[in-house]
Ligand binder design. Structure first.
Ligand code: SF4
Length: 358
């Protein structure tokens, strides 16, 4: 059975080609007793494609709660009785203060997130104002997560200097309809494509542990890979009281590490970012997430849950000997003789895999 790992290693590191679904299935079929071997391979792939650096980002939940959508994991949906804070778009000063704290925490990316189906005109204008102020005052790369976009909205965000647009698929096509009924999987794919077409980098991932099977987790990784995202955030469901998923059993740490490693094999050149739920799900094994293929972290708090302190994450990275990716203009794009670099290499283009229904 370990032949599957050798075969995957030869494909990714020898031939430098993407794995086929059958090759990934063969690796996923290994028992969790072989997890250390899978993790070791995922780490080698991460180093070969992305280098040792870890990119840090922090988020600001710039408009919280009262969202009309019904995403089953989300405490910000107005449809569920949760205790999430509800507030309109923050003042510019508050956004800027959070950006400065992000810079002080050693992060290079700052993501402005709002809980909406998609931005209406007034909100979009306020976000664009905030993007400009944050860029001018902090030099941070600014990302946005504003929900579903229309083409002209994507264009305006790109023109305002938004570096990366986050729009998660959340789950694979098969699972999505039981997670959300107020918009479709194809709606989400369409916005992800609009972001790329407008010239922004795409940040597109989702949440693991929402009752999907291992095969559906792999479906999800391939569906994401077909969109060729620059960054893939991996959230591990930390069930929120009051949501339909409040009683969902969380993934075991080993299941989560297996999923992270498989995502690295399917998405060798992406920033694979450990996001919400890592503390709850990985627990004592949190460092292993960064040895299992992840090469980016959200530092500080998440949208509706509290993360650990940036100092703890810096100590973790120091202990692992993993440098923090520098910010723009500080050598972030250097490529060494072995191809290691802070920004991931573009992996070889994989054969097109349709992610929209026909
Ligand atoms: S995930 Fe986003 S779109 Fe869905 S309910 Fe939460 S805030 Fe709204």
């Amino acid at each position: 059975m370990l032949d599957a790992l050798t075969h995957a290693e030869n494909a990714l590191l020898g031939e430098r080609r993407p794995l086929t679904r059958a090759e990934v299935d063969a690796v996923a079929a290994l028992s969790l007793d072989h997890l250390p071997d899978l993790i070791a391979l995922a780490h080698r792939v991460r180093l070969a494609y992305c280098g040792p650096e870890v990119e840090l980002e922090s988020l600001i939940n710039a408009k919280s709660g009262a969202c009309p959508e019904d995403c089953a994991f989300c405490s910000q949906s107005a449809r569920y009785a949760t205790e999430v804070d509800v507030y309109p778009f923050l003042d510019l000063d508050e956004v800027l203060e959070a950006a400065r704290a992000t810079r002080a925490a050693g992060a290079t990316q700052f993501c402005i997130v709002v809980a909406v189906r998609g931005p209406e005109e007034r909100l979009l204008n306020r976000v664009i104002d905030a993007v400009k102020v944050v860029q001018d005052e902090t030099g941070l790369e600014v990302a946005c997560s504003l929900g579903l976009l229309r083409p002209e909205q994507a264009q305006r965000l790109a023109e305002a200097g938004v570096k990366r647009y986050n729009h998660n698929l959340e789950a694979c096509r098969e699972v999505f309809p039981r997670i959300c009924t107020t918009h479709s999987y194809d709606d989400r794919v369409a916005t992800a494509r609009l972001a790329i077409d407008a010239g922004m980098e795409l940040c597109c991932g989702g949440i693991l542990g929402m009752g999907e099977t291992l095969a559906q987790r792999i479906d999800f990784a391939f569906e994401l890979a077909a969109l060729e995202p620059c960054e893939v955030p991996i959230n591990l469901l930390d069930p929120r009281p009051g949501t339909p998923l409040e009683d969902q059993t969380v993934l075991s740490p080993r299941e989560a590490l297996q999923a992270i490693a498989l995502f690295r094999l399917v998405l060798p050149g992406a920033w694979l970012r450990l996001a919400g739920g890592r503390e709850r799900v990985l627990g004592e094994l949190q460092a292993m997430g960064l040895l299992a293929g992840a090469n980016a972290l959200i530092v500080g708090n998440y949208l509706t849950t509290t993360g650990r302190s940036p100092e703890e994450d810096h100590a973790l990275l120091d202990a692992l000997g993993m440098p923090v990716a520098d910010g723009p203009g500080e050598g972030r794009f250097l490529v060494d003789a072995d191809g290691a670099h802070a920004r991931p290499a573009q992996p070889p283009r994989r054969p097109t895999i349709p992610v929209t229904s026909t």
